[in-house]
Design a protein around this ligand. Structure first.
Ligand SMILES: Cc1cc2nc3c(=O)[nH]c(=O)nc-3n(C[C@H](O)[C@H](O)[C@H](O)COP(=O)(O)O)c2cc1C
Length: 178
């Protein structure tokens, strides 16, 4: 049973190259369960109340603090439930779209997606696979000014997802599925 979570972040829809590629990734995986999170539909930015709620031990949180963390908990639950995560990554101004950064701030949760240990932070989401559909204009994947793929690979590793592939074309998706 394979559960694929798609995370799209392009502001564009019908004409989006990254959305087209994530759809092809999902198709190639023959998943039993598919879910999608569209980050272009606004992910709240974290604020002071969110940080306070996050650093309050779960058992001491007020109902208000639980409500403040409800979206973050739902986004983390989606990640935990998935075996494979297909991520659409349009390059915006040499980095990840602001909507994706907002999602990252919501899912990098101590105690839920990583823990602090004597040996430093350790990600909790090991064993999952991420396939990233990279779409750009003049910033090729791997260029020294491509801060998008390096940052996304790093943050996925931080939460324990170290099996990460980047694709830029349909041919590469076919090769991955083979
Ligand atoms: C706001 C904005 C900023 C962009 N910045 C870059 C950039 O820094 N480097 C680049 O190669 N392409 C840049 N592009 C082009 C997009 O990466 C390219 O159009 C890509 O196909 C977008 O993904 P999408 O087709 O899924 O929307 C930018 C596009 C937009 C809309």
């Amino acid at each position: 049973m394979t559960h694929v979570l798609t995370i799209n972040s392009s502001a564009r829809h019908a004409t989006s190259a990254s959305r087209k590629l994530t759809a092809q990734i999902v198709q190639s995986l023959n998943a039993d369960i598919t879910t999608e999170r569209d980050l272009s539909q606004s992910i709240a930015h974290i604020n002071e109340a969110w940080v306070g709620a996050n650093f309050t031990p779960a058992e001491d949180r007020t109902d208000t603090q639980k409500d403040i963390l409800a979206l973050s908990d739902a986004l983390v639950d989606e990640l935990i439930a998935a075996d494979v995560i297909a991520i659409g990554l349009p390059v915006y101004n040499f980095g990840v779209p602001a909507a994706m950064k907002a999602w990252i701030d919501q899912v990098a949760r101590v105690g839920r997606t990583f823990n602090y240990t004597e040996n430093g932070p350790v990600g909790k989401l090991a064993g999952k696979k991420a396939i990233v559909a990279f779409a750009s204009g003049g910033t090729p994947l791997g260029a020294d000014y491509d801060f998008a793929s390096t940052y996304l690979r790093h943050i996925l590793g931080f939460i324990g997802i170290t099996d990460v592939s980047f694709v830029t074309s349909e041919d590469q998706i076919a090769a991955l599925a083979a």
